[in-house]
Design a protein around this ligand. Structure first.
Ligand code: DAH
Length: 345
C-alpha cells in the first residue's frame, strides 16, 4: 500500500458528484463494497511495515469515514429515479397541510355554559347515561304510569323489571344522584348526553345534550332562580338580554316555568328566527318539589332549591343561527369547519 493510493481515493471523493441514486450506489460499491477500493486497502493493511502501521491506519480510517459520510450526503440530496436532469421532487413546494381538528359546536357551547356557572360557584357533576327508572322518573316525582312520563318517550334497556334500566331521557337524573351523594348546600351543573325515542327532524333528534342546574340551600327562593337565569342569559347572549318566564309544568318542580330570552337577532322587533314574537325559548326551570328533596333524604322543611335544564343543541342553534338540528350530528366537514375559528375555550 502506498500513501498515493489513499490520496488518490481522497481526491476522487472530493470531486465525486452523482445525479441519481443509482450512481450513488455505484460509487458506494466501487469504494466500500466487498471488492471496493477502500476495502482492498484494508486487506493490504496487514502487509504494511510495523513502523508505518499507526500512520496508515489512521489515514485509512479517516478515508473510510469520509467516504461513508459522502455517500450518505449524496443519498440525501439526489433524486430517487434514474432521471439525469436533476431532482424530480420540487423541494420548494409547500408541504401537505396537516389538518387540525376543531371543537364541535356543541362542545363549545357546553364549555361556555360550564364556564359561566363555574364563575357563579357551581361545580360540575356527572352521572350514567344508562340509568334506572328510579333516578330518571320515580325520584323526580313521576309516579309509575303517570301520564307525565309520556313527555319523554323512553328507550328501555331492560323492560319488565320493577326498576328497569333505560337510556336517560334527561340530565335531571344527575340531580337525584347528586342529592344522594352530596351534603347541602348543593350548587352543581350537570352536562350530558340524553336519549329519546323521537323521529329525527330539523327540530328533534333521538340523541341530544342537556345541561341541568341545581341549587339547594336554606332560604333559596324563586327570586334567586330568576336572578341566576338572568345573569346566565346576559353572559351567554349579551348584556342587553331580557328574560321572560312563563308558567309551565314539570313533575319535579313546583312552581315551574319556561324561560324565553329576548331575540338577539331582531332585538324584539320580530324576525323569522323568533317567529315574529321577539322571544326565544331556552330552558325549563322551577323550585325543586319538596317530594323530590324528601325522596333523596333532604329535609324539605329546612331546605329549598331551584333547578333548571336546557338543551345544548338548541342554545347552539340560537347562538349560530343554525336552522336544522341534524347538522350537529352528521359530521359534515363543511359544517364543522365553520367553527374551526371559534375561540379556543
Ligand atoms: N328535564 C327537563 C326536560 O328534559 C328540563 C328541565 C325542566 C329540567 C325544568 C329542570 C327543570 O331541572 O327544573 O325536559
Amino acid at each position: 500500500m502506498k500513501r498515493e493510493d489513499i490520496d488518490r481515493i481522497a481526491s476522487f471523493l472530493g470531486d465525486l458528484k452523482c445525479k441519481t441514486q443509482k450512481e450513488v450506489e455505484e460509487a458506494r460499491v466501487r469504494l466500500l463494497g466487498k471488492k471496493g477500493e477502500i476495502t482492498a486497502l484494508f486487506d493490504e493493511f496487514r502487509n504494511v511495515d510495523r513502523a508505518q502501521k499507526a500512520e496508515f491506519g489512521k489515514a485509512l480510517n479517516e478515508l473510510k469515514q469520509k467516504a461513508m459520510a459522502k455517500i450518505e450526503e449524496l443519498k440525501g440530496t439526489v433524486a430517487d429515479s434514474g432521471a439525469s436532469d436533476g431532482p424530480k421532487a420540487d423541494l420548494s413546494m409547500p408541504g401537505d397541510p396537516f389538518e387540525l381538528g376543531s371543537r364541535h359546536p356543541v362542545s363549545i357551547v357546553r364549555q361556555e355554559i360550564v364556564d359561566i356557572f363555574r364563575k357563579f360557584g357551581y361545580d360540575v357533576a356527572e352521572g350514567p347515561e344508562i340509568e334506572d327508572d328510579y333516578h330518571v322518573f320515580e325520584a323526580l316525582n313521576f309516579p309509575a304510569n303517570h301520564p307525565a312520563r309520556d313527555m319523554q318517550d323512553t328507550f328501555f334497556v331492560s323492560a319488565g323489571h320493577p326498576n328497569p334500566l333505560l337510556l336517560r331521557t334527561h340530565t335531571s337524573s344527575v340531580q337525584v344522584r347528586t342529592m344522594e351523594k352530596m351534603d347541602v348546600p348543593i350548587r352543581v351543573i350537570c352536562p350530558g348526553r340524553v336519549f329519546r325515542n323521537e323521529a329525527i327532524s330539523a327540530r328533534a333528534h333521538c340523541i341530544f345534550h342537556q345541561v341541568e342546574g341545581l341549587y339547594i340551600d336554606e332560604g333559596v327562593t324563586f327570586a334567586d332562580l330568576k336572578q341566576a337565569i338572568l345573569l346566565f342569559a346576559r353572559e351567554m347572549f349579551g348584556p342587553d338580554t331580557q328574560i321572560r318566564m312563563r308558567p309551565s309544568y314539570f313533575p319535579f318542580t313546583e312552581p315551574s316555568a319556561e324561560v324565553d330570552v329576548s331575540c338577539n337577532i331582531c332585538h324584539g322587533k320580530g324576525c323569522n328566527i323568533c317567529k315574529g314574537t321577539g322571544w326565544l325559548e331556552i330552558l325549563g326551570c322551577g323550585m325543586v318539589d319538596p317530594n323530590v328533596l324528601e325522596a333523596s333524604g333532604i329535609d324539605s322543611k329546612r331546605y329549598s332549591g331551584f333547578a333548571f335544564g336546557m338543551g345544548l343543541e338548541r342554545i347552539a342553534m340560537l347562538k349560530w343561527r343554525v336552522n336544522d338540528l341534524r347538522h350537529y350530528f352528521e359530521n359534515d366537514m363543511r359544517f364543522l369547519h365553520e367553527f374551526a375559528t371559534a375561540p379556543e375555550v
